[in-house]
Design a protein around this ligand. Structure first.
Ligand code: UD1
Length: 423
């Protein structure tokens, strides 16, 4: 089990190139099944969730090689359409394989993803949309089976702009006869990246980034190359780290437009943020103050994945910082851990109120989820003395060399391995 130790008090300074996007590469790996052929992906982060996807792809009969940031994948010999429970358990986003395998094989069987650390996380919208495309969906014994002799394009309106459901529809609809029009689609940049990849692979998808996406037809190409989008949530993490610890940090390999909600929030808390063509510079030398409420919403609203990160930066900000979580039902599980440093946070339902304290004291914490765990490390950066974050592996699901990146900016953060905790 990783244990992260943080000696607080160092300002962060210097430059960092941000990793490729976890949430873009995962659906793209699933999409590589469509039509067979070879895919070369550049800019892939090295992460546990990417490892889990590659394991699933190998189980399905694909050959997959990873070399630094590049993944070379041949899905021509795919021979399996069932993902066993043990592989599904490793990563919630493996539900993305539902649409991809259905499109490729006409049938897919996988174990239903359960709840997770963020709450119940149903997949009703995914299943309803696949049914609308003509798939028969059966659920029994904890497994979901979808099949269709021929999927048919149709109009699908999502009740909520779910990222995963949008991606599953895009994948499945590639194999449908006729046009699919998806309305109230999620608009996240990762969906645009999936569209770019699908079109390079031979699909005809338009409109990603807007609430209406049209998918019509697919003519498989034997070879597809794609470079994965920079990770906006990893970028948000390093910006919040600099805001929490103070200093002068320049991030490269970012798309500033994708980070508008975060850079606005940090600016309103007193950071100087300068947007460059392929970079963002954040300086913070004066104490922070509370900004306007941070209210999570589907993109282009403030991302739920950055809520805990901005909260970590606000723990010592003068005044009361308010956070409203609208996307997931239990996304304040980091709060009791942050309180162990002396943070003053009150939670009422979907609202958390942070009253800034003048100092935090290092303490042991326990990672509750990916972004919550990262937020604890950031809080440790601005606490006095040593903090530790014990972690069953959450942080490495989403960050490539997290401690190395923070050390590159001057933080005193170490990762070590400890024996698994006794039950
Ligand atoms: C994706 C991201 C995750 C991010 C989230 C919201 C990936 C791999 N993960 O997750 O990092 O936090 O978007 O931006 O890209 N819902 C339903 N029924 C469904 C589907 C979703 O009720 O069928 C609910 C969920 O429980 C949740 C909300 O809708 O409360 C948003 O979920 P969704 O947008 O689907 O998130 P994910 O795709 O799972």
């Amino acid at each position: 089990m990783p244990l992260w130790s943080i000696a607080g008090g160092n300002e962060l300074n210097g430059s960092l190139a941000v990793q490729g996007s976890k949430n873009a590469v995962l659906p793209i790996l699933a999409a590589s099944l469509l039509g067979g052929g070879v895919t070369r992906l550049r800019g892939c982060p090295t992460l546990r969730d990417v490892d889990a996807s590659m394991e699933i792809l190998r189980h399905l009969g694909c050959s997959v090689m990873q070399n630094r940031g590049e993944i070379l994948l041949d899905s021509e010999k795919m021979c399996e359409n069932h993902i066993p429970h043990t592989l599904m358990l490793k990563m919630r986003s493996s539900v993305m394989f539902l649409g991809a395998i259905l499109a490729r094989c006409g049938e897919v069987r996988l174990s239903a993803p359960g709840g997770c650390e963020l709450g119940a996380r149903p997949i009703d919208l995914h299943l309803k949309a696949l049914e609308a495309l003509g798939a028969q969906v059966r659920q029994s014994g904890g497994e979901i089976c979808c099949s269709a002799a021929q999927l048919k394009g149709t109009h699908i309106n999502l009740d909520f702009p779910s990222v995963g459901a949008t991606e599953n529809v895009m994948l499945a609809a590639c194999a449908a006869e006729g046009e699919t029009i998806l309305t109230n689609a999620a608009r996240e940049p990762e969906i645009e990246d999936l569209q770019t990849f699908l079109n390079a692979k031979g699909a005809c998808v338009h409109g990603a980034g807007t609430p209406e996406i049209r998918i019509s037809g697919f003519a498989a190409k034997p070879f597809t190359e794609h470079t994965v989008l920079p990770d906006r949530i990893a970028a948000a993490t390093y910006l919040c780290a600099a805001a929490a610890a103070g200093g002068d940090v320049r991030l490269t390999h970012v798309r500033p437009a994708h980070l508008a909600g975060i850079t606005d929030a940090l600016r309103q808390m007193g950071c100087s943020v300068v947007l460059e063509q392929d970079g963002i510079r954040l300086r913070r030398f004066e104490p922070l103050h509370a900004g306007p409420p941070v209210v999570t919403k589907p993109y282009p609203g403030f991302p739920t994945d950055a809520q805990a990160l901005v909260m970590a930066a606000s723990l010592r900000a003068a005044g009361t910082s308010v956070f409203v979580e609208n996307i997931f039902e239990s996304r304040f599980r980091h709060v009791p851990e942050l309180r162990r440093l002396g943070a003053d946070i009150r939670v009422e339902g979907r609202v958390a109120m942070v009253s800034g304290v003048s100092a935090l004291q290092g303490a042991p914490m326990c990672a509750t989820d990916l972004r919550g765990g990262a937020a604890m490390v950031l809080a440790g950066l601005c606490a006095e003395g040593e903090s530790t974050v014990s972690d069953s592996g959450h942080i490495e699901r989403g960050y490539d060399d997290f401690d190395g990146c923070l050390r590159q900016l001057g933080a005193d953060v170490q990762r070590c391995e400890t024996a698994p905790a006794m039950e």
